[in-house]
Ligand binder design. Structure first.
Ligand code: FAD
Length: 383
């Protein structure tokens, strides 16, 4: 059985069939939609380019019993309790993803996680509409891009001193001019106290007037249904490097899974499309008794203010080397190296080759020539 009919859920079904599993597969998902991709929700859907992002997967050919609108409520060994009754399982994939964090206050507050959220927001974006976006992270930046394109007046309120602070640290400061050029009122270092009717109340007591408030301050793994099940939980479902949970015959994948990474020597939980796409292959192999190991270099991309921003790796404490001058050249990037000059993370802005080559260098782990790395004219693979 697979619980959660997002990308990781449907990929798990595909992986089971691809590995020759011929038994019954039930896929339950609390949304009333066929599995769909989320990255386009804050891009093509909000921008009006498409209304559907359904995953290209033939559920009929996969012979899966798909139950949209059914939610898991509890788990005990061998049985998932759902809103449609108890369903027994021999093997279970947990793929319930994550849910947006909401702020205090009783004013109307939009989040962006589902296709319904995206279509609902798009309908509100129109010239002159005052939109307040809380959070200048990935989602906040993409929502802001779409709202400005629709002609809205946008104020972005961010508690940190730079946009994208959690993911990029100080380098995020180089995206501030994008907000300015787009005509956005960006308020950094500003905390929101509550969302109220008519807009936001800030921590200092002042207000930001808004017709529409969009909160983009992060997500939490959707694992509340597992409370009391005995399964290990710690910022998501705890798994080993094979994506096995603490319960026999149960694996976890995607945004809800916190897996042990051999590469980083710590547990990781990432909210990246690439992870939802690729982890199921390993989880299903583990479920079927193989010793597959999941150990990727995390990868993420974002499209904001006309720029393709891509990031691979992790850079806690690494030394940063800029590639290009963001003040002078619209295409730039940054690399982080460890104390042995090995690449640990790469950020690229409209330099997709840097991302592809950088990801391989991170995987390979050879020391680089840092002087060459600082020269954006030198291909990363030649550093
Ligand atoms: P989800 O997609 O969240 O799917 C989980 C499903 O399980 C949901 O349908 C949920 O309703 C269901 N569920 C939850 N609880 C239960 C329950 N108890 N019972 C049954 N069903 C349940 N990543 C990138 O790398 N690049 C991007 O540009 C990017 N853009 C994004 C833009 C948006 C707007 C969003 C929301 C995400 C974006 N992401 C991006 C992240 C990426 O989409 C996620 O990492 C990915 O969707 C995770 O897939 P998942 O299957 O693990 O979880």
């Amino acid at each position: 059985m697979v619980v959660g009919a997002g990308l990781a859920g449907v990929r798990s079904v595909e992986a089971l069939r691809a590995r020759g599993f011929a038994g019954t597969i039930t896929l339950i998902g609390e949304e009333r939609h066929r599995p769909y991709d989320r990255p386009p929700l804050s891009k093509a859907v909000l921008l009006g380019g498409t209304d559907s992002t359904v995953v290209d997967s033939d559920l009929g050919a996969l012979e899966v019993s798909f139950r949209p609108g059914a939610a898991a409520k509890g788990l005990r060994p061998g049985v998932v309790e759902t809103t449609e009754g108890e369903l027994p399982y021999d093997g279970l994939v947990i793929a319930t993803g994550a849910r947006p964090v909401r702020l205090l206050g009783d004013g109307p507050q939009h989040v962006l996680r589902t296709i319904d959220d995206a279509l609902g927001l798009r309908a509100l974006f129109a010239p002159g509409v005052k939109v307040a976006v809380v959070g200048a992270g990935w989602i906040g930046a993409e929502v802001t891009t779409a709202a400005r394109r629709a002609g809205c007046e946008v104020t972005v309120v961010e508690a940190a001193d730079v946009p994208l602070a959690a993911a990029l640290g100080p380098v995020g400061a180089w995206t501030v001019p994008w907000y300015e050029q787009a005509g956005v009122d960006l308020r950094l270092g500003t905390a929101v106290a509550s969302v109220d009717h008519g807009g936001l109340t800030l921590a200092g007591g002042s207000a930001v007037e808004a017709d529409v408030v969009v909160t983009g301050v992060g997500v939490r793994p959707a694992v509340e249904w597992l409370a009391g099940s005995g399964i290990g939980l710690d910022d998501g479902v705890v798994t080993d490097e094979h994506l096995r949970t603490s319960l026999p015959g149960v694996v976890a994948v995607g945004d809800c899974a916190a897996w042990w990474s051999r590469r980083y020597g710590r547990r990781l939980r990432v909210e990246h499309w690439d992870n939802a796409l690729n982890a199921p292959e390993v989880a299903v192999a583990s479920l079927m008794g193989e010793e597959a190991v999941y150990d990727p270099v995390p990868y993420f991309w974002s499209e904001q203010f006309g720029h393709m921003v891509q990031y691979a790796g992790r850079h806690d404490g690494g030394r940063m080397v800029m590639r290009g001058d963001p003040g002078a050249d619209p295409k730039w990037g940054a690399c982080w190296v460890d104390d042995r000059d090995r690449l640990v993370a790469v950020l690229s802005v409209d330099r997709p080759r840097d991302l592809v080559q950088g990801r391989r260098l991170i995987e390979g782990g050879r020391p680089l020539d840092v002087e060459r790395l600082a020269d954006p004219a030198v291909a990363l693979r030649d550093c």
